[in-house]
Design a protein around this ligand. Structure first.
Ligand SMILES: *[C@@H]1O[C@H](CO)[C@@H](O)[C@H](O)[C@H]1NC(C)=O
Ligand SMILES: *[C@@H]1O[C@H](CO)[C@@H](O)[C@H](O)[C@H]1NC(C)=O
Ligand SMILES: *[C@@H]1O[C@H](CO)[C@@H](O)[C@H](O)[C@H]1NC(C)=O
Ligand SMILES: *[C@@H]1O[C@H](CO)[C@@H](O)[C@H](O)[C@H]1NC(C)=O
Ligand SMILES: *[C@@H]1O[C@H](CO)[C@@H](O)[C@H](O)[C@H]1NC(C)=O
Length: 469
């Protein structure tokens, strides 16, 4: 009995240890310390600064070799690098052509950023099988060979942003199933074949900002089962690529800023239920957000609609159904620097938000904005809301105007009511006139007869009376 318990306990401890090791492996923390001993050519010649890299997991020493900003025009040969170079930073040099790297067994992190790189060998990284992070950003690459990343099965972070790429080979990511983050921002790419990303089942972050996409193929994100963050800002999209995004089941953050979308409506974000954060800033053509646009975003926490120079309308039912009386997930709403002059109190329970920014809009401070007074102070409500109209309040802060003096002239409802009555009145008048014209003859006849008989009778009566007199 006792021995059984001991065995169980032992097994439990063993299991915990294994789990712990597994954990540690993922969270490996590396400490960089200055290396005093000169260990190789590049370090001795001060071409690069070499540092001791201590890994808490493997209990071994590696090297962090920083050759950035040294006017290098060539990649240092591998025998000139310290053995066990784990990080190699070649950024900010003058390397324009990259030939095949010689074998560096344990190289995990490589940066060639900011070099003016123009050409890269098709198998440049073939002998760097342990590469986890590769940075090729801020260069002048116009194309990427389709075999460039072949065999880099540990690759997790790839940055090819800020180049001149127009095209991504469909086979490029074929063997990079562990890619976790892909940054392709700031390139002139307008189209990617739908299958290009289909190998990236572990991808969590995809940055396609500042490219030239005018549409997104429906299947493009289909296999990205773990994608959580997607940046599509600064493209040429004229509508939300709803069908393609629908297939991204775990999407949490979406940025569609700086796209020429004119109107957002109930079809735009239909059933993006996992979304927590949405950015719709600096959209040059956005004029209107229609009813039920955000209705299905039941988990949304942060919404940013900022700096849209033509956005003048947010329908008061734009959020209808997104929240109910008991619960509201949205906490942060930024509506700064738009062209809004009115915003119905019914749009959202604004006063329950933890952050609300309404600054720099041409507000019409009439009775419809009185609610802004009552929110003030109850939340982190930004207070410099400046009125634009009516004229007597132009340029004044809303907080400085008494709620009672924020009046509406004649409310729209009364106005139309009044107009309606006026119309009815006139129509009746016209109708009667027409009626009278048509039946004039008969009327005249009728009146005429009656008049004559009347006259006759009067006459007769008169005559009678005269006779009586
Ligand atoms: C590893 O990191 C994750 C998140 O960064 C953390 O939740 C976890 O506790 C860490 N594990 C260990 C063993 O430090
Ligand atoms: C790295 O640091 C360790 C401990 O600080 C030291 O023993 C070792 O000599 C250093 N290695 C190099 C190459 O500087
Ligand atoms: C690269 O080389 C050119 C000319 O050889 C020089 O003008 C420029 O300053 C160099 N740039 C860097 C970052 O070293
Ligand atoms: C490249 O992209 C990664 C992730 O997107 C980022 O962490 C890194 O700083 C970028 N590199 C440069 C040189 O900006
Ligand atoms: C909003 O706040 C008010 C008062 O602070 C509270 O009564 C109401 O239940 C809250 N509504 C929601 C949806 O949280």
């Amino acid at each position: 009995m006792l021995s059984y318990e001991i065995v169980t306990l032992f097994l439990f401890l063993l299991l915990t240890a294994i789990v712990d090791i597994g954990h540690a492996d993922h969270n490996e923390s590396l400490t960089i310390t200055e290396s005093t001993v000169a260990i190789s050519d590049v370090c001795q010649s001060k071409q690069c600064s070499c540092m001791n890299l201590t890994s808490d997991v493997y209990n071994q020493y590696y090297h962090h070799v920083d050759c950035s900003h040294h006017h290098l025009t060539k990649i240092p040969l591998s025998h000139t690098l310290p053995p066990k170079t784990r990080h190699l930073d070649l950024s900010m040099n003058n390397i324009t052509i990259v030939d095949k790297f010689e074998s560096i067994d344990c190289l995990v992190r490589l940066s060639l950023a900011i070099n003016g790189l123009k050409k890269i060998d098709s198998f440049a990284f073939e002998q760097l099988p342990k590469l986890v992070t590769l940075d090729l950003s801020y260069n002048e690459l116009e194309e990427i060979p389709s075999t460039l990343l072949q065999g880099l099965s540990d690759l997790q972070f790839l940055n090819i942003s800020n180049n001149r790429l127009k095209f991504i080979p469909v086979e490029l990511f074929k063997t990079n199933g562990y890619l976790h983050e892909l940054n392709m921002a700031h390139n002139p790419i307008s189209f990617i074949q739908p299958d290009t990303f289909s190998y990236l089942g572990q991808l969590e972050i995809l940055n396609l900002a500042q490219n030239s996409f005018y549409s997104i193929a429906i299947g493009m994100f289909q296999r990205l089962e773990k994608l959580e963050i997607l940046d599509l800002s600064g493209n040429e999209l004229q509508s939300v690529p709803t069908d393609a995004l629908h297939l991204v089941k775990r999407l949490q953050a979406l940025d569609l800023s700086e796209n020429p979308i004119r109107v957002l409506n109930m079809a735009s974000f239909y059933k993006f239920e996992s979304l927590l954060e949405l950015s719709l800033n600096k959209m040059p053509k956005l004029v209107r957000i229609e009813k039920q646009t955000f209705s299905t975003l039941k988990n949304l926490q942060r919404l940013s609609i900022e700096d849209n120079p033509h956005l003048s309308t947010i329908d008061e039912n734009a959020f209808m159904g997104m929240f109910d009386r008991q619960s509201i997930s949205i906490k942060y709403v930024n509506l700064r620097r738009n062209q809004l002059n009115r915003l119905s109190e019914k749009t959202l329970p604004f006063c329950n938000l933890t952050y609300l920014d309404l600054r720099q809009n041409p507000w019409n401070c009439d009775c419809n904005l009185r609610w802004m007074h009552y929110c003030h102070g109850s939340t982190e409500f930004e207070n410099d809301i400046i009125c634009s109209t009516p004229e007597q309040y132009s340029g004044q802060e809303l907080v400085a105007i008494k709620p009672d003096s924020m009046r509406c002239k004649i409310s729209r409802n009364n106005d139309s009511h009044y107009l309606f009555l006026l119309c009815v009145f006139f129509m009746t008048g016209i109708f009667i006139s027409i009626f009278m014209l048509i039946f004039r003859e008969k009327l005249i006849q009728m009146y005429g007869k009656r008049n004559r008989t009347n006259e006759g009778s009067i006459y007769y009566v008169r005559a009678q009376s005269e006779q009586v007199e």
